[in-house]
Design a protein around this ligand. Structure first.
Ligand code: ATP
Length: 231
């Protein structure tokens, strides 16, 4: 369970997040959509503990700034950040050690699913952009997080990896994780979101649940972003 409670974040005079509150339950997939500059990456960085903010965020009831809460979060950033001089295999070992976990083979399973297993000895700097993105996904999942946050996860992925990722979204949901996906690729998440949050100008402008309406995400997006203050 992820709880975001009255989060406000300013960069100097820029109000990037204005009193944002929402919850994502265990087994729920939420999508976060909104125009460029709406504040999506900012709230994600607040949740993952990368930014200071006003308000409160809890993960399974624990403040997100603590070590225990951080160990429950998996984060796939917009830009993959891999270590140039670690191999693919070493990346996963590094993550497991950071979380004080033993290798139960899940890392290798992820590498196989994302067609990286035969690249286990390649250095981070030797990977293509798409391979780096896939490794970033594997690193974020290897410790079996309970709250998983994807910031534009599909960008640069090939069709095989996109299919694997979509399967993983559903597996995470079925395993009881809380999943948040921020994306502009509305078609890519159309079939499996439970809740959609539409952000505009730093505010959460609307929340829709799958059963609420027959509108597609695209229709919701344009309905909110191109019609003044409609909710
Ligand atoms: P996009 O869809 O383009 O990725 P976004 O919804 O993720 O956009 P944010 O990156 O959260 O938007 O940006 C929200 C606002 O905060 C924007 O006005 C942006 O210019 C501003 N902003 C973001 N990062 C910084 C920063 N490091 N310093 C100053 N302003 C920032």
């Amino acid at each position: 369970m992820l709880k975001v409670n009255s989060v406000t974040k300013k960069y100097g005079k820029v109000l990037a997040n204005d009193n944002i509150s929402f919850d994502i339950a265990s087994g729920e997939i939420a999508v976060l959509i909104g125009p460029n500059g709406a504040g999506k990456s900012t709230i994600i960085k607040c949740i993952t503990g990368l930014l200071r903010f006003e308000g409160e965020i809890t993960v399974e009831g624990m403040n997100n700034k603590g070590r225990q809460a951080k160990a429950l979060i998996g984060y796939i950033p917009e830009m993959p950040a891999v270590y140039d001089m670690l191999t693919v295999g070493e990346h996963l070992q590094f993550m497991l050690r950071a979380y004080n976990m033993t290798d139960d083979g899940y890392g290798d399973e992820l590498l196989k699913r994302f067609e990286l297993f035969d690249k286990k000895d390649k250095l981070g700097k030797e990977l293509s952009k798409g391979m780096q993105q896939k490794l970033s996904v594997c690193c974020a999942l290897v410790h079996r997080p309970k709250v998983v946050i994807f910031d534009e996860p599909m960008v640069g992925l090939d069709p095989h990896a996109i299919k694997q990722l979509k399967d993983i979204f559903l597996e995470l949901k079925n395993s009881g994780a809380s999943v948040l996906i921020s994306t502009h690729m509305l078609d890519s998440v159309e079939t499996f979101w439970d809740t959609a949050y539409i952000m505009v100008g730093g505010k959460l402008k609307a929340k829709k649940t799958m059963g609420d309406s027959t509108e597609s995400l695209e229709e919701l997006f344009f309905g909110i972003t191109e019609s003044g203050d409609k909710n």
